[in-house]
Ligand binder design. Structure first.
Ligand SMILES: [Zn+2]
Length: 249
C-alpha cells in the first residue's frame, strides 16, 4: 500500500498548501494522512468563537471536513501552541511526529521547508524543521527507543519533500525558497476541489478570496516541491511524481 504523510502547522494548510497533491494521490489509490501541529487558535479570524477553546473545537471540525473533501484517510490535529512553534520543545515535537511516522509508515513525506512556505509563517517553517528531524529519526532504533514496544518498529520513509513555488507573495517577510525539483499538474477540477476544501474552514472566511487569488493567479493548477532527502542516494533531477522511484515495501 502506497502512503503519503503531510505534516502541517495550522488547520487550512492541508488545503491551501497541499490540497491538490493530497487529492491527486488519493485518486491514484495512495493512502493519505495529515498531521497538523496546532489548533490554529492564534488566528485573527475567529468565527463565532469567544474563547480559544471554542475556536480550537471549530477549527478541528473544519479540518475534519476539509480532510473529507480531500479524501484524506487519517487527519490528526496536535495541540502545540499556535504562533509559538518556534518555542516548542524540539525533542518532544519531533518525538510526537516520529511516533506517527512509525505508526502510519509512509513511503513519502511532504511538509514545509525552513522558509515557511509562501507566507513565510514561522509555524510553517518549524513544522518543516520538526518534520525533517522526524523523517530522519523515525528510522533509527537509537531515537525514542521507548516507543519501540507492542510491535512498533523504526520506519525509514523513502522521500522527503518541501513545499516550493516559483514566485513570491508581495508584502510578506523576505524568504529564500527551496529549489523546485518536482512539478505536479493538479488540473482545473482539482484546483476547484482544493478551493472547496479551503472553504470548509469557515472561521477563515475573510481570507477566502485572497487565498484563491494568490493560489489561482500565480500557482494555477500547479503544485511544486523540493526533494530534500531520499533513502537511496540519488542525483537531483526534475520529477513530475512524488512516488517516482519509490519501492513497494
Ligand atoms: Zn498556516
Amino acid at each position: 500500500m502506497r502512503k503519503l504523510l503531510c505534516i502541517t502547522a495550522h488547520p487550512d494548510d492541508e488545503a491551501g498548501a497541499f490540497g491538490g497533491t493530497l487529492l491527486l494521490y488519493h485518486e491514484r489509490g495512495v493512502q493519505t494522512s495529515v498531521i497538523c501541529m496546532t489548533e490554529g487558535t492564534a488566528a485573527r479570524n475567529r468565527g463565532t468563537a469567544k474563547t480559544n477553546e471554542e475556536l480550537a473545537a471549530l477549527r478541528r471540525a473544519e479540518f475534519a471536513q476539509s480532510c473529507k473533501v480531500l479524501g484524506v484517510s487519517h487527519g490528526e490535529v496536535l495541540s502545540y501552541l499556535d504562533s509559538k512553534l518556534d518555542r516548542a520543545d524540539l525533542y518532544q515535537a519531533v518525538g510526537d511526529l516520529v511516533l506517527r511516522i512509525r505508526r502510519i509508515r509512509p513511503q513519502v513525506i511532504v511538509t514545509f521547508g525552513p522558509d515557511g512556505g509562501l507566507t513565510g509563517h514561522l509555524d510553517h517553517a518549524m513544522a518543516g524543521v520538526f518534520g525533517t528531524m522526524a523523517f530522519e529519526w523515525a528510522g533509527r532504533k537509537d531515537r525514542y527507543p521507548e516507543q519501540l514496544q507492542d510491535g512498533l518498529t523504526p520506519h525509514q520513509a523513502q522521500k522527503l519533500y518541501y513545499h516550493a513555488s516559483d514566485f513570491l507573495l508581495p508584502d510578506r517577510p523576505p524568504i529564500s525558497q527551496p529549489t523546485i525539483t518536482t512539478r505536479l499538474e493538479i488540473g482545473a477540477e482539482r484546483f476547484e476541489q482544493k478551493d472547496h476544501a479551503f472553504r470548509q474552514h469557515t472561521t477563515q472566511t475573510p481570507l477566502f478570496e485572497r487565498v484563491r487569488k494568490n493560489l489561482g493567479d500565480a500557482l494555477g493548477t500547479m503544485e511544486m516541491f523540493h526533494l530534500a532527502a531520499t533513502k537511496t542516494p540519488q542525483q537531483a533531477k526534475l520529477e513530475t511524481d512524488l512516488f517516482e522511484g519509490v519501492v513497494d515495501d
